[in-house]
Structures are given as C-alpha cells and as structure tokens.
Design a protein around this ligand. Structure first.
Ligand code: SIN
Length: 490
C-alpha cells in the first residue's frame, strides 16, 4: 500500500532534528516491516544517545523563541498542521495500515481522531489563564501565572501510531513547550510523516524533533533524555512495567511525568441491560484495533440470567468479523503487531482452555493468512485463575465470566492493580450512579463502548498511571504554575 501514496515524500528515512532531516549519528539503520507479511517498508535511522542529545540541543535552542510567541500564533500553526493532516488523510492512513496492520477504515478513523487533538489544542492554546490571588496584606500583589514546563520527551506506542503522538505533541506545543519524540520501533513512519507535515505547517526548527530507533538503541536514546536535566517532562504511553522504570529513572532529575499505562478493563453486562447494545459495545471496545488498545475490555462479566443468550449473540457477531491484511478493503481485524503479540494471545487462550474455558468461536492462530494473525475469539466459563485476570491480553479475545450480584461483580472488577477503563451496561438509573462511583478506573463507559475523544480527559488511576490527555485538563500536564508576589505597592 505504501507505493500507492499520493505523496511519496511522506515516507521519511531520516530523523527530524533542528529542522534538518538527518541520518543517525552512527549511520546505522533498521528495517520497518509490514506485520501482515513481513515485507520491509523502509530502512530508517537507528538512533542512539548521540541523536537523542542532538535532539535535546535543538529543542533547548528553540525553546526561548517558541515560548515567547503569542498563544494565538502557536494556535495558528497548530491549525495549519491540523489542516495538513486532514488533507493527507488517505496517505497517512495507508502508511499507518502498512506499518501497524490496522484495516484502512480504522486507520482513516485514527487520522480523524488524532487530528481532533491538534484542533482541540489549537483552541486551548489561546485560553491559558492565570489568577490574581486575593490580597492577604496591603501593598502586596500576588499572582499565579502558567508557564510551559520546557523540553518534553514524548515516547509513544505502536498501537495508535498517529493519535498517541498527536495528543502529546499538540498540547505541548500549544502550551509553549518544545518536544523531542521517539515513536515505537514497530511504527515510526507515521510519526515521521506527521513531523514533515508539522514542518510544512510552520512549526519552527527545533520545536519538534523526532528520532527513530530500534528497541535496544531506543532504550539508550531514552536513557539520555532521562539523565538530561534540560528535559523537564516525560510523557509516555505503553506498558506499566516500562512506565515504572521511567518513573524510577527520571527521579534523578525529578521530571514531571504523564504515564498512560496498561489496563485490565472489566466490561459488565447486568441482567437488565439491552443485550444487543451490549454486544455492540463489546465489539466496539474489545475488537477495535484487533483488541490492541489499553482501554480494551480484558474481562467480560455477564449476569448468570442472561449469560447463555449474550454469549451466543456475541459469538455470532465475533465469528463473522473478517480477518485480513489491511490492504483488503473488507478487513475488520488485521494482523497483530508482531509474533510476540500472537504468542501472548495464544498463551492466554491455551491457559484458559486448560483450566476449563470453552471456545465458542476462534481460539486459534490463522496461519493460513500469515504468522501474525489470530482469530477473533469468544471464550465461556472463564474463571479468576486464568491469565487474563492479571495480564492485559492485547488481542481479539473476549473471555466471559458469569456473576450473580452487583456487589460481587464490582469487587471482582476492581480486583486488579490497574485502573484505566471500565464499562457496564444497565438500564437502571440508580445502578448507573452506584456502579460509576464504585468502579476504580479513570475512564468509565456506561452503555457505551467507544469512550475516547479529544474533548475528554483520558488517563488512569492505580498502576494504569497518572496525568490526563485530551480536554482542557490535558494542557495542565504541560504547564507549571509560577506564583509571583509583588511587594512595596502601598
Ligand atoms: C491506548 O490504547 O493507549 C489509547 C486508546 C485510545 O485513545 O482510545
């Protein structure tokens, strides 16, 4: 699909540092592959500490002028970036599908979703207000002003190659921060294309710097940012294990952190739910991006009185999902990102089956399509000793657990170190209030499986992290409050 791009220059094979497109300092490269067939899409710079340092130097030089721009000037540039992203939707979607594997229709949706954050923060840029504080003594004036935190290092995941980086860069630039970014090794091409469009939109040299790296070199590059006291903030989306390492290692220079980490979302179907709406909800929440999102339900709890009916309705819909490479326009589920992902999914399903779960549909690798394909799966008779109760499966598998009462299911749903998303379906208004309050998660879907929006604060509690992305709250993470006390005014 990559050869079908209208603008072939969107496929970048260089880092963007200080406004220049550069090879890695070592000259080393690595291959980006299509997960559907393993074909190499491009060879791009394999960046190490020296490249990370060069990016930080460029950002450091660019910061004073960028923070001094009027907010509406920054907003104007973001608006222009948004327009360019939208104008290049088809190319960005094809590029993203090629490197990430998501079906083209979903990739187009992600371009709109990611562009939405850019438009949102273009508007927010001009609405950063401080406060004049109530005077406590005569002759003193006390104010609270908001300032950009400084250089932000954005480390982004492979599951949403466009939206996740857009929702970090856009608020950072809106707030007057400058950015050094490293996209995931599996999906750097979309990020580099976005960086080119940002440059075309008028983002000044050094304000946005993007370096690509393979897994091992990337660790070295990020370590340089963690050690560098000029980098004042890390924003990361990815696993809880890596988030904890970043929190530990950034402590030496005490950086501000936004961590959007793993989840283990429960999805509860109460006895009074509209079952067909709940099936739609599971399809939307669980099978989006082939089940590879942090907010995907990992555990589906269904009231015993509707369990069998719901299971067969869901299995019928899931069994009909079309699995194919993203290049096939009828694809609804693409390949998983890599062989490790498929192995984890298979391990979870096999472990569950060994402990008594039954497969209603799926439950196997689709080797006839390629190494990275796994069939959308519904399992019944799931129980708490199965792996998906403790680990994020990150694949198209819906295990159904049965429950008998509300208090019990809330206890079980909350019995996890994670707290990113939770969903429930019921038609009882009082229960909606009760259960929304009782569930321990940063994002709650009530009779709704599609919860993400640029207008909403996205983020978790417990070991799913901290900080919020999107909405007016999303800007706070990139701002520091300065209190100014002026005396001698009496
Ligand atoms: C994620 O999986 O990290 C983000 C999902 C979303 O934005 O909906």
């Amino acid at each position: 699909m990559i050869e079908l791009l209208t603008r072939s220059d969107l496929v970048r094979d260089a880092n963007l540092i200080g406004g220049r497109w550069l090879p890695s300092a070592s000259g080393r490269t690595f291959a980006v592959a299509n997960p559907a067939n393993g074909d190499t899409l491009a060879r791009i710079p394999d960046s190490h500490a020296a490249d990370a340092r060069a990016a930080t130097d460029a950002a450091h030089a660019a910061f004073p002028a960028w923070r001094a721009r009027l907010p509406r000037e920054r907003a104007e540039i973001l608006r222009c970036w948004h327009a360019l992203i939208v104008a290049n939707t088809e190319d960005l979607a094809r590029l993203m599908s090629s490197e990430q594997g998501k079906p083209l229709a979903e990739a187009r949706g992600e371009v709109a979703y990611g562009a939405g954050y850019v438009a949102w923060f273009a508007d927010e840029a001009a609405h950063v207000h401080g406060d004049i504080l109530p005077p406590q003594q005569r002759g003193k004036r006390m104010t609270a002003v908001k300032e950009p935190v400084g250089i932000v290092a954005a480390i982004t995941p492979w599951n949403f190659p466009l939206a996740m980086i857009a929702r970090k860069i856009a608020p950072a630039l809106a707030a007057g921060c400058v950015v050094v970014a490293k996209p995931a090794e599996d999906t750097p091409l979309t990020a580099l294309a976005l960086a080119l469009l940002a440059q075309e939109a008028g983002v000044p040299d050094g304000v946005l710097n993007v370096i690509a790296a393979s897994r091992e070199s990337g660790i070295e590059a990020v370590a340089d940012w963690l050690e560098d006291s000029r980098v004042r903030k890390i924003t990361f989306t990815g696993s809880t294990a890596v988030g904890k390492l970043l929190a530990r290692d950034s402590a030496r220079t005490l950086k501000k952190l936004s961590l959007e980490l793993g989840g283990n979302a429960p999805f509860i179907v109460f006895e009074d739910a509209d079952l067909s709406a709940a099936v739609d909800g599971v399809i939307a929440a669980k099978f989006r991006n082939g089940g590879q999102t942090c907010v995907c339900p990992n555990r589906v709890y269904v009231h015993a009185s509707v369990y069998d009916r719901f299971a067969s309705m869901l299995a019928e819909r899931v069994g009909a999902l079309k699995v194919a490479a993203a290049a096939d326009p009828s694809a609804q589920i693409g390949p998983m990102i890599n062989a490790r992902a498929v192995e984890k999914i298979a391990r979870h399903v096999d472990h569950a089956v060994e402990r008594g779960a039954k497969v209603l549909t799926g439950g196997r690798r689709l080797s006839e399509l390629g190494d990275n394909f796994y069939a959308p799966t519904v399992l019944v008779d799931a129980s708490s000793d199965m792996l998906f109760c403790n680990e994020e499966t990150f694949g198209p598998v819906a295990p159904l657990f049965s429950f008998d009462d509300e208090a019990e299911v809330i206890r079980t749903a909350n019995d996890t170190p994670y707290g990113l998303a939770a969903y429930f379906y019921t038609q009882d208004m009082r229960r909606i209030e009760r259960v929304s309050a009782a569930l321990e998660a940063g994002v709650i879907g009530v009779n709704e499986g599609a919860v993400s929006s640029e207008a909403a604060p996205f983020g978790g509690i417990k070991e799913s992290g901290y900080g919020r992305e999107g909405s007016r709250y999303g800007l706070d993470d990139y701002l520091a409050i300065k209190y100014v006390c002026q005396g001698g005014l009496a």
